[in-house]
Design a protein around this ligand. Sequence first.
Ligand SMILES: [Ca+2]
Ligand SMILES: [Ca+2]
Ligand SMILES: [Ca+2]
Length: 154
Amino acid sequence: MNHARCIIALALAAALAPASAFAGNKSGGDKLAGMDTNMDGKLSADEHANGARSKFEKLDADADGRVTAAEMDAHKASKGHAGAHGKSASQKIAALDGDGDGALTAQEHATGSQDMFARMDTDTDGFVSAAEMDAGHTAMLDEQEPRSTAQEYE
Ligand SMILES: [Ca+2]
Ligand SMILES: [Ca+2]
Ligand SMILES: [Ca+2]
């Protein structure tokens, strides 16, 4: 009996181990592919900045140069992400809103994107890989984690 149980435990361990590799599923690679213009499988600061700028333009529905929480919500709804987890539009804006007027300018959005890029590039090689993007987005969704580790700049 003990022997059989042992075999079952081993089989279970073997079955579970590879499954965890898929836990992070597609999102990081998909997001990256959308911005990776030279298709080298990783994102440079320039590619990320370009992606952020075109995202800002999509968000700014009335093209007045400012993205409001309403515009962010409308964009989210148009993509079918309404009610998805994570922070609300106004919380996202507040995090990046340097002058506190409740809307994001292109400059505020770009600054926030640069900061995000630096946070995601955990090995500081100047590129964000799909794995780094996955890890970064997970950390941002949680946000409980104090952001003290691996932040070394020369
Ligand atoms: Ca606007
Ligand atoms: Ca602002
Ligand atoms: Ca990196």
